[in-house]
Design a protein around this ligand. Structure first.
Ligand SMILES: Cc1ncc(COP(=O)(O)O)c(C=O)c1O
Length: 250
């Protein structure tokens, strides 16, 4: 971290879904304190953690010193959990001087007029949403298990990350992506969109990210269609074993 001004930190990590342990957070905080680096912690996927996996811990709890030395900005949002990104409301916890600077920057950028529903919807979600979130987490957990199992079956030569959190599955599909445009061709043919790994860095061209936040039957159908098309484009196609009676493109 030598020479860095800011560390952009994401907890849980996107796209791998890694929920950082207290030890890992402590190591990051120690580094930031040593090198006097401001940590911008984006925790907007924090509600999506899985039972019997690492539980989510905010960095400020592990290192109050980071907060006291004004080296931490913490970001929360109802956007992912309650599917309210369109309302454009979020919460940023910042030490006083930084908070003032952020407030001024927000006003200068004209981002200080939330729409009529944004604040009441955020308060309602964060005040009364507990039961809904509990059910949502169960549903996402089941969808992640379904997606990871199905991907192992349909793409046996891929490396699939089984996430601790988020609603995303990160897949290294190098064996199935012989050309740069193979992923796009498979998406077009299957009529299923995944996030291309290249969006996360030039070295991730062989990866893709799947969002599992949809009804299980649709998730299964989409994964089967997509993996079928990916297999047909691979240099050495691997015959997938389909687990449902869904029809696939010829
Ligand atoms: C980790 C993370 N941070 C921030 C954002 C941006 O969220 P929004 O579009 O609600 O501002 C996203 C959106 O995908 C995200 O995944």
């Amino acid at each position: 971290m030598t020479g860095a001004d800011v560390l952009l930190w994401c907890n849980p990590h996107n796209p791998t879904g890694r929920v950082w342990t207290r030890d890992e957070l402590h190591a990051v905080a120690t580094l930031a304190l040593t090198h006097d680096v401001l940590v911008f912690s984006d925790d907007i996927h924090a509600d999506f953690t899985r039972t019997e996996r690492t539980s989510y811990t905010p960095l400020a709890l592990v290192s109050p010193e980071l907060w006291e030395r004004e080296l931490l900005i913490h970001c929360a949002s109802p956007g992912k959990t309650f599917n309210t990104a369109g309302l454009e409301s979020a919460a940023i916890f910042a030490p006083p001087a930084l908070g003032q600077a952020l407030e001024e920057a927000k006003r200068a950028a004209g981002l200080h007029n939330p729409n009529y529903f944004a604040i009441p919807a955020t308060i309602a979600a964060w005040t009364d949403g507990d039961k809904w979130v509990d059910t949502l987490r169960q549903r996402i957990d089941a969808n992640l298990a379904l997606a990871v199992d199905l991907l192992h079956t349909l793409l046996p030569a891929a490396h699939i990350t089984d996430p601790d959190g988020t609603y995303l599955v990160w897949v290294d599909a190098a064996a199935y992506l012989p050309h740069a445009d193979t992923l796009t061709a498979a998406m077009d043919e299957a009529r299923v969109a995944v996030s291309p790994g290249i969006d996360f860095g030039s070295e991730y061209g062989s990866y893709f990210r799947v969002n599992v936040a949809l009804p299980p039957a649709d998730l299964e159908d989409a994964l089967e269609r997509f993996c079928y098309c990916l297999n047909t484009h691979a240099t050495s196609p691997i015959t997938p074993t389909f687990s449902s009676s869904t029809e696939h493109p010829a």
